[in-house]
Write a protein that binds this ligand. Structure first.
Ligand SMILES: NC(=O)c1ccc[n+]([C@@H]2O[C@H](COP(=O)([O-])OP(=O)(O)OC[C@H]3O[C@@H](n4cnc5c(N)ncnc54)[C@H](OP(=O)(O)O)[C@@H]3O)[C@@H](O)[C@H]2O)c1
Length: 226
């Protein structure tokens, strides 16, 4: 699958990009500036060796090229970034990792901002109605993604209104070792998923670590009973 990481030059985007390249997917790292995207590709190659399945592009070109988009920019940059990729996002799954955290407005990263749309992912869907927005990757830290020799001990909670899009991206996400996708239902659940992130950040601070994550238990047992 062709995966574009929009705003893939920061910690979260680079981590997700590296994991998908490692899994053998074709990845393009997007940025506002091609030079910054090229530098991010060099970082991936430094980590993984001379891999051929990673390229760089400006965000709009990365979006047009891809089958699946991943958005990894701060909340303050979400709207302008989405508008810049509007054409390339039509009809495609768009995995939105945006965290509505107070740190975007100078506050604490362990506090959530209530958005009028209900969540960052619903805001993305309102900005790009023709994309198939899925809330994803909010609860896995960049530190886990960059722990390249380890399976990630986290579930990836997702939600979205397009079932086919979720079915398409689930095996893609699960190519990252250790990650299990949990479909939490429609996009309106995104506020719950996004609120777990500041909780995890707070727990990381309290425990002086960077790997706080979430695992949902009992689901397989439920299926076995029914
Ligand atoms: N970091 C984590 O562990 C983590 C975990 C869960 C969720 N998230 C969420 O994932 C998203 C990305 O996190 P991050 O830590 O990777 O963020 P980041 O490093 O601060 O930013 C990522 C990229 O966004 C672009 N960007 C930054 N400010 C911008 C602006 N004002 N206008 C347009 N583009 C801008 C930049 O790309 P270019 O300059 O190359 O265009 C930057 O490299 C956030 O919403 C965060 O809440 C992060």
């Amino acid at each position: 699958m062709k995966v574009a990481i929009i705003g893939g030059t920061g910690g979260q985007g680079l981590g997700i990009a590296t994991r998908f390249v490692q899994a053998g997917e074709d990845v393009t790292i997007g940025s506002r500036t091609v030079e910054k995207a090229e530098a991010a590709v060099e970082k991936v190659k430094h980590l993984l060796g001379e891999v051929k399945n990673v390229a760089s592009a400006a965000n709009p070109d990365a979006a047009k090229w891809a089958d699946v988009l991943v958005l990894t920019v701060p909340l303050a940059a979400q709207k302008e970034t989405l508008i810049s990729i509007r054409e390339g996002a039509v009809g495609k799954p768009l995995l939105d990792a945006t965290g509505p955290l107070e740190s975007c407005i100078g506050g604490s990263a362990s506090r959530y901002i209530d958005l009028p749309e209900g969540s960052a992912a619903q805001r993305a869907q309102a900005i790009l109605p023709e994309a198939k927005v899925i809330c994803a990757f909010n609860n896995i830290s960049q530190s886990w993604f960059m722990q390249l020799d380890e399976a990630i001990d986290c579930d990836c909670l997702i939600c979205g209104d397009d079932r086919d899009a979720k079915a398409l991206v689930t095996p893609l996400i699960e190519k990252i070792p250790g990650v299990r996708v949990i479909d939490c239902g429609p996009l309106e659940r995104a506020c719950i998923i996004e609120k777990i992130t500041p909780l995890l950040i707070g727990l990381n601070i309290r425990n002086r670590c960077q790997f706080g994550g979430i695992r949902v238990t009992g689901l397989e047992k439920g299926r076995a009973c029914s």
